[in-house]
Design a protein around this ligand. Sequence first.
Ligand code: EPU
Length: 290
Amino acid sequence: MKQLLSEWTTWGVGGPADRFLTPHHLYEAREFIRCCCGEGMDFFVLGGGSNVLVSDRGFRGAVLHTPGLDRMEVACVSGGVEIVAECGLSLRKVFSIAHENGWSGLEFAVAIPGTVGGTLNGNAGSRMGSIGECVEWIEALDVKGVSHRIGRREMDWDYRRCGVDTDTFVFLERCCLKLACSTREEVRRRVSEAAKLRSEQPYAERSAGCVFKNPPGQSAGYLLDQAGCKGLCVGDACVSGRHANFIVNRGNARADDIWNLARLCRERVLRHAGIELEYEVRLIGEFKES
Ligand code: EPU
């Protein structure tokens, strides 16, 4: 039976994939990707499913689902620690270990869902920082299935953009995050500061975080709010009344509902402010206009 991707996305939407694998070892993941590349089969890597919109018609290709790749090692280094994490490890887990031990650098990540790999792919973060700032190196697989270690100096992180070229490197295998030794009290203080920034977000509901990126110097949430998007719904997909850059699934929303609602919001901002918002969530598969 084909695997429905709705089971693995935070919006709870998405049809079947033609091929699906949840590997528990990196060598299985590499082999899977080499096979897909060899057969010319499209594939995508699905982490925590918190930043993707997968079509109701699913994905004509293969999906590598990473949460089984969750090994982690910690080593003490001068002034801090280095955490070597596999891509499927949940960011929440790394965050809570850092929080408990008084290691500083990931405070911005409070309440950010998803896996380490997904977080790196979109350089997830908040106004207090983003994951790229902590990365020492990444090990990634290229389209020929060869693994490369890419060091800090060779990376170029930007707002919601991965520091390595995600067309050349198709699969992020592991990374090394460097955190500084601080005190539990200081880390707790910074975490509460970061949590305050998220206090208006509807994180108790089914969403995929912010749908659109912030345009330079502006806030997409503010622009969407000013354009009157709060409360708009298509089916069970609704723009949150708390934060206009969040679309929540109130029950049985389909991916097409979410996509049509996002289009409507984009059009409103274009008409109202003359700005074309860029998606932060990744769109996978085909979508139908209604
Ligand atoms: N605002 C409104 N109406 C809204 C939403 C926001 O007027 O519906 C106003 C706020 O009052 C504030 C300004 O817009 O004056 C900025 O809003 P907010 O503080 O919520 O920050 P943001 O720019 O919307 C960014 C990140 C969030 C991150 C927060 C907090 C993006 C697209 N969003 O949101 O990241 O949590 O800062 O640091 O970069 C995500 O990327 O998925 C995400 C949730």
